[in-house]
Every structure is written in structure tokens, then in C-alpha cells.
Design a protein around this ligand. Sequence first.
Ligand SMILES: NC(=O)c1ccc[n+]([C@@H]2O[C@H](COP(=O)([O-])OP(=O)(O)OC[C@H]3O[C@@H](n4cnc5c(N)ncnc54)[C@H](OP(=O)(O)O)[C@@H]3O)[C@@H](O)[C@H]2O)c1
Length: 324
Amino acid sequence: MTYRTICVLGGTGFVGRHLLDRLARPGRRLRVLTRDAEAHKDVAVLPGVELVETDVHDPATLLRHLAGCDAAVNLVGILNESRRASFEQVHVELARKLAAACRETGVRRLLHMSALNADARAGASAYLRSKGAGEDAVHEAADARLHVTSFRPSVIFGPGDSFLNRFVALARLSPLVLPLACPQARFAPVYVCDVAEAFARALEDPHTYGRRYPLCGPREYTLRELVEYALRTAGVRRIVVGLPDWVSRLEAALLERVPGKPFTRDNYRSLQVPSVCGTENGLSRLGIAPTPLEAVAPLYLGRRTWRERLNRYRRELPLRRLAR
Ligand SMILES: NC(=O)c1ccc[n+]([C@@H]2O[C@H](COP(=O)([O-])OP(=O)(O)OC[C@H]3O[C@@H](n4cnc5c(N)ncnc54)[C@H](OP(=O)(O)O)[C@@H]3O)[C@@H](O)[C@H]2O)c1
């Protein structure tokens, strides 16, 4: 094993939890930096994980926590800006600070999470331009002692995702009809465990130094196809009504004023570019067969019959008694 102590930023999120699980092995320490250790204390029970509450945006703090690490992973990302966090701070400046801190502390390996269609100059949205600038910043910091690899996934699915699960939750709140903005947006959803596998393989493989890997699932879908599939699988009966383009734009302009910003004009602009890989899928280059959505989604979205619920309850009963 080449890398014994890995510092992970954004390790408490959806991708992070799956990645920690994949990277954990005897003799390896995973130092996970978080803004709120109490909120993520369940992460600390994973084998080898040391959860550290800190301000990752402070360069001195970064230096202190990277000391003694031989690799770093950056998964920090936001979909929308807030008063406390801008795309520039979170996607660009943090990436630059982390790469500089890696160089100063002698960290040899940096894996960075970007996004498909990220492009510092030509990105369709502020999100995609900032992801592109952050990706460029870490690659520019690479030298003979710091080896950088970045990953550019389409939308990621799996247990705990905020994509399919979100539409199912939204549909449960909507009576009869689910209005859907940008129904023709295109995606090639990639399984979170395949993404974690890509990181794990790249970590140890010198052929991946300096590379940028697009990551996609095996099939392309429109957003409408994905939402209808998710609702069918979860057993939620709603009619999905695709909104025309001008209504989608209007909806974005209204919803970005709602607390939590469920949909923004910037999100709308990101959706105008197909999030698909074509023939350039990095998973294949890393020797990973992309997992079909249909093989996994029913396991976490799936509707359960009363008999399945009863069997599950019976299986868990002895454990519940023990826990009392
Ligand atoms: N999920 C997808 O479909 C998808 C698709 C393409 C690209 N990506 C990229 O993949 C990465 C991981 O995505 P995810 O779905 O796992 O995201 P997530 O569940 O929202 O997790 C994001 C992580 O970033 C940290 N974070 C958020 N805001 C921060 C801030 N202002 N300052 C410092 N840390 C902050 C959080 O850590 P703490 O709360 O512990 O501090 C959290 O662990 C992101 O870079 C995202 O852009 C995701």
C-alpha cells in the first residue's frame, strides 16, 4: 500500500461516505476534515477514520492537518451559492489553497472532484465555470512531487443520492401531477460505487497522473425518463408534466428566491448542456464496467410489499431486542 494517511475534504457528503468505505483498509488512516463533526459523527465510526472539525478555507489550518499525510482528496462542492459560500471560494480558491498546501507539506498525491462540462471560460453556468477553474488550478499546481488526477462525473446515483431520491420526495408532496422543468435535459447517471472505484484505482496508478476523467454510466436518459423511472420504481403514481422552456426559466427565477434555493437560473443554465460522455468514458479507461441504473436504483428506491416489510421486521426483531 503506497498511501497510508489520506486527508479527505468533503468526506462527509454523499460521495465522500462511499469513498471512505472504499478506501478504508487495515493500516490506513483517513483524516476527514469537516465544518461540523457533531452533525457527521456517524462517519467517525468507519474503520480508520479520524473526523476533524476545522475551517478548511484557512490556509494555516490546512497546512496543520495535511502534515503527515501522503495523499489528499477534494470532494468539496456546492450546487448553489449562499451568503456564506460563493462558487469562487468553494470551487476555485479552496482547490488552489489545497494544492498549495499539498506542495508545502510534501503530500504526493491529489485527487480532485470536478464535474462533466466544467470549463473555466466556456462553461454554460457559473457553477460549471467555477468547477472548471478549480480543476485547472489543481492541475496547474502539479509538478514532479505532486501528482494530480481529476474526475468529471455526470449526475451520480446511489443510496443517499440527492437526485433520484429528491424527485421521489418532491412527487410525494405533489398531488397527482409533478411539474418538471427542463424535461429534455440529458444525463448519463454514474453509480457512486463506480465513482469511488475510479478514485481508488487512480490513487495507486501512475498512468493516471495529470489526467482528467469523464465518468458516466452505460446509458443516456432525458430528465423526464429518469424521473418517470424513479417514481415507477418507488411506487409513487404521479403524472410527470414537462414544462416548456419559458416556464422552466420562470420557475428558476422564482424558486431561487425561496429559502434553500430548490432550483435556480444557474441550475437551469447547467441543464442546457447534455451531461453525457459520448465515447470518452473514463470508467472504461480505468477498467471499470459502468453499473446500470436499473441494477441498483430498485434497491434503494424500491417499493416494499407488506410481506417484505414483515419479513424485514422479523429479521431485525432480535437485534431490536438486543439494542433495548
Ligand atoms: N452528486 C452528484 O451528482 C455530483 C455530480 C457531479 C459532480 N459532483 C461533485 O462531487 C463532489 C461531492 O458531491 P456530493 O454529492 O457528495 O456533495 P455533498 O453530499 O453535498 O457533500 C459536499 C461536501 O462538501 C462539504 N462542503 C459543502 N459546502 C462547503 C463549504 N462551504 N465549505 C467547506 N466544505 C463544504 C461538506 O462537508 P462538511 O459539511 O462536512 O463540512 C460535504 O461533505 C462535489 O464536488 C460535487 O460538485 C457531484
